[in-house]
Ligand binder design. Structure first.
Ligand code: AMP
Length: 257
């Protein structure tokens, strides 16, 4: 497995692999079984699997959230190796955002609702870094998790609006045995908070926004939103705060079209 730290190195590693199908799995590390599912989907359908490992400062509004984001590169490289990743692209922040940087991608309407209301600038950072990764790696397909349903919708819009030549593949949400969707942020939950967080998958399983809100509030969770979202497929989505940890989750209400 090649670990590339620079744009030049990852491009060089890919030059003689362009004849085959290249799959990209963007991650921010602290890898868990949700990421493993994305890597397995990529491995099963691509000749070359590239995993990016980059905690993107541009998508964090709160410096404390960015600084506290779990990081464990040794673990992440082990997981990538076990999953059969060919190339890990793990750049520094200054490699992607050198001094003087000033170009951003805005997906206007889709990025303003729901997560965008509560995390202004978040999707600007996500869209920008993904466009960079798509340009640097030039994959045939990029893999994303259904758990971040709005992210998928924003990126699909960007790919279509900017005529990018890649497919977006979406992998179902991976959950712990107790129903909680896997997330790098779960590491921040104290045992008591984790127990209360189980109200999130329980609430969404009702598939009804009013019932779901009542369950979330009864569990003492701070609800940022719980709503039926007009994505493909439509989903019941929610964001809650448990102590200082913010969790998002959703359940599809129909099959994808
Ligand atoms: P992150 O490292 O949190 O930015 O996530 C990287 C990718 O993994 C994104 O496409 C996420 O949607 C996806 N992902 C995160 N958690 C899960 C999960 N529990 N199941 C499936 N995909 C996930």
């Amino acid at each position: 497995m090649i670990v590339a730290r620079t744009i030049a190195d990852v491009r060089a590693a890919l030059t003689d692999r362009r004849d085959g199908r290249i799959g990209l799995v963007p991650t921010m590390g602290a890898l868990h079984d949700g990421h493993r599912a994305l890597l397995a989907a990529a491995r099963a359908s691509c000749d070359t699997v590239v995993m990016s490992l980059f905690v993107n400062p541009a998508q964090f509004g709160d410096p404390a959230d960015l600084n506290g984001y779990p990081r464990d590169e040794a673990h992440d490289l082990d997981v990538a190796g076990e999953a059969g990743v060919d190339i890990v692209f793990a750049p520094s922040a200054s490699e992607l955002y050198p001094s003087g940087y000033q170009t951003w991608v805005e997906v206007t309407e889709l990025a303003a609702m729901l997560e965008g209301e509560h995390r202004p600038g978040h999707f600007r950072g996500v869209a920008t870094v993904c466009l960079k990764l798509f340009t640097i790696v030039a994959p045939d397909v990029a893999f994303f998790g259904r758990k971040d349903a709005q992210q998928v919708e924003v990126l699909r819009r960007m790919v279509s609006d900017l005529h990018l030549e890649l497919d977006i593949a979406v992998v179902p949400t991976v959950r712990d045995a107790d129903g909680l969707a896997l997330s790098s942020r779960n590491a921040h939950l104290r045992p008591e908070e984790r127990a209360r967080a189980l109200a999130l998958p329980r609430a969404l399983a009702t598939r009804d926004p009013d019932t779901a809100r009542a369950i979330l509030e009864a569990a003492g969770l701070d609800v940022d939103y719980v709503a039926v979202v007009p994505f493909d497929p439509p989903a019941l989505a929610a964001a809650v705060r448990v102590g200082t940890t913010r969790l998002i989750d959703n359940v599809p209400l129909e099959e994808e079209s």
